[in-house]
Design a binder for this molecule. Structure first.
Ligand code: FES
Length: 126
């Protein structure tokens, strides 16, 4: 609840190397991540969006997990790593917890496939 009320890394980065957004159509929750990458390192990452407490808090947590890592390290963060960081999430809210994780990871994967050129992806459906 603390991270929902006061999320870390909330906001937008201007001229980001990665701009990725997506949502969960069943509830309408949306999240967008912007990332600054220099020399393959994710120097900064911010997110915006509207969603339930779990989706906002977990989006905030994944930004902390990738900040300062290189692209390959960030890509390797698994669901298990992510859930270890999150702690216990009740089974019916797993999709809420994964919203930010999945959107951000798809952005990083697309950036790598795009040979590290600025990458914009909108409308990922989770
Ligand atoms: Fe929509 Fe949680 S209710 S992501």
């Amino acid at each position: 609840l603390d991270l929902y009320k006061n999320p870390v890394n909330k906001g937008n980065i201007t001229k980001p190397e990665i701009d990725v957004s997506g949502g969960n159509p069943s509830c309408g929750d949306q999240v967008e991540f912007t990332m600054r990458i220099k020399d393959d390192v994710i120097e900064d990452v911010k997110f915006t969006g509207s969603g339930c407490a779990i989706s906002v808090a977990s989006s905030s947590i994944i930004t902390e997990m990738v900040k300062g890592r290189n692209v390959q390290q960030a890509k390797k963060i698994s669901r298990e790593d992510f859930f270890d960081e999150l702690g216990n999430i009740i089974q019916t809210r797993i999709k809420c917890a994964l919203l930010g994780f999945m959107v951000l990871k798809q952005g990083i994967e697309a950036y790598e496939k795009n040979e590290s050129k600025p990458t914009i992806i909108k409308g990922i459906v989770i």
